[in-house]
Ligand binder design. Structure first.
Ligand code: USQ
Length: 405
């Protein structure tokens, strides 16, 4: 298949491009490299040393003889270029990762909120409008998030995208399936909720064939392909905005930094290893909806864990200390989470569990590159409201000089 990977320079986009290229697909990455610009804005860098996208593609070609094409394009602002590219290249599938993906970054300031909404919503809508206009019958696979469901305890498993409801009508109760009500917890998660409505409309109005993957928190770094050469290495974010919880705990343990648990750590979240994430995308591509079908929704996650249990697990493995900090986010302190993921299991996914993979991540990645960590970038300081900003802990290590008077 000819596959466009939008956002193919990112944390899940890059290993996906490699995985699909390895399977023999013709891969085209479209990316505006915004993630690299944001690193510059925030004054941070990936834990792992990353080469330019052109260099990564060159190494892959040298190693395997397979070509990955790279196109510098901003999906959200260059609509006409996007349309021409699609009309010329006519991909069979389009995988859409090209969105600003960090919740804390999206809550940093009003400017970051505006950027995230403009970027994510326009990127998705431009793509949908261009697919209709060019008449390309590509299967669109979108990286959504488990966060669209929200994190209040419901006491029942979260279904895959749709909820069975009964509506009372004058002629008696009627059964219906509706999109599971969204309850996003950040501006970033809100954009993914908006994406769901855009997909529903374009599937119903234009017969676009769309799969939306509600992914949990990705952990890990390597996949089978990124391991093959030092210069193919995946990015690994550890800073307070882009670092996700488990990967942050791993690097904190590696540098003797207290594990930064927000609040009581009673937040339960869904997780998936990056290797399983790329495998799920392969499986979703094979299970394309037909024109006229409703959007296919999969829960792309393999296990659920409570944040404090993860901290304790990492502490036990490494001897790290755990710090319970004021939570900069507005979120439920404690929640239960049961998630259905039957569809991927039925398609043959064999999940990598935390228990198997964790130690090798600590040793192979976190410790190996620990010298590249800037400790001052570890604290999570983006607060969800002005009131919460007042109690953010900027110094979890307690290293700043204190007044003695
Ligand atoms: N947390 C800590 N300590 C930290 C960092 C985070 O306790 O040092 C807590 C947060 O308060 C939150 C939980 O860990 O309760 C998860 O935070 P996260 O930063 O790992 O994940 P999140 O902000 O939800 O976003 C990440 C990805 C996003 C993806 C989402 C999937 O950045 O792109 O959509 O995970 S999900 O969480 O299932 O919605």
């Amino acid at each position: 298949m000819r596959i466009a990977v939008l956002g193919g320079d990112g944390f899940v986009g890059w290993p996906t491009a490699l995985h699909l290229s390895d399977l023999g697909h013709e891969i085209h990455i479209l990316d505006n490299l915004s993630r690299r610009w944001i690193d510059t804005e925030l004054g941070v860098q990936s834990l792992t040393p990353m080469d330019s996208i052109q260099e990564r593609c060159r190494i892959w070609h040298q190693l395997t003889g397979r070509k990955i094409h790279f196109h510098l394009l901003n999906l959200a602002t260059e609509y006409e270029r996007l349309k021409s590219w699609l009309a010329e290249t006519r991909p069979h599938a389009v995988i859409h990762f090209a969105e600003q993906r960090a919740a804390p970054y999206s809550m940093k300031t009003d400017r970051h909120k505006v950027y995230t909404v403009n970027n994510n919503t326009n990127a998705t809508h431009n793509l949908l409008a261009a697919l209709v206009e060019t008449g390309i019958d590509a299967h669109l696979v979108h990286l959504g998030t488990m966060g669209v469901y929200g994190y209040s305890s419901v006491g029942a498993p979260i279904p895959e995208g749709y909820l069975d409801v009964q509506i009372d009508t004058p002629s008696g109760p009627r059964e219906q399936q509706i999109l599971y009500p969204t309850r996003p917890g950040s501006v970033y998660h809100m954009t993914k909720s908006l994406d769901q409505i855009l997909f529903q409309f374009y599937a119903q109005n234009d017969g676009l064939r769309i799969t939306d993957l509600h992914q949990g928190i990705v952990w890990g770094t390597h996949t089978d392909q990124t391991r093959r050469h030092e210069q193919l290495i995946n990015r690994f974010d550890y800073d307070g905005d882009y670092g996700t919880v488990l990967n942050r705990f791993l690097i904190q343990a590696a540098i003797g930094y207290p594990l930064t648990v927000h609040g009581t750590g009673g937040q339960t979240r869904a997780f998936i290893h990056v290797q399983d994430s790329v495998r799920c995308i392969e499986l979703a591509l094979k299970d394309a909806p037909a024109a006229g079908d409703r959007v296919h929704i999969f829960n792309q996650m393999t296990e659920t864990h409570r944040v404090r249990d993860l901290a304790e697990l990492v502490a036990k493995l490494t001897g790290a200390e755990v710090a319970y900090l004021p939570n900069p986010r507005k979120e439920a302190e404690e929640n239960d989470l049961i998630v259905r993921n039957d569809q991927f299991l039925a398609l043959g996914l064999k999940p990598i569990t935390l228990a198997e993979g964790l130690l090798s991540e600590v040793v192979e990645v976190a410790r190996k590159y620990a010298h590249r960590i800037d400790r001052s970038r570890v604290p999570a300081v983006s607060a969800w409201t002005k009131d919460l900003a007042k109690r953010v802990e900027h110094d979890p290590e307690g290293k700043r000089l204190r007044s003695v008077s």
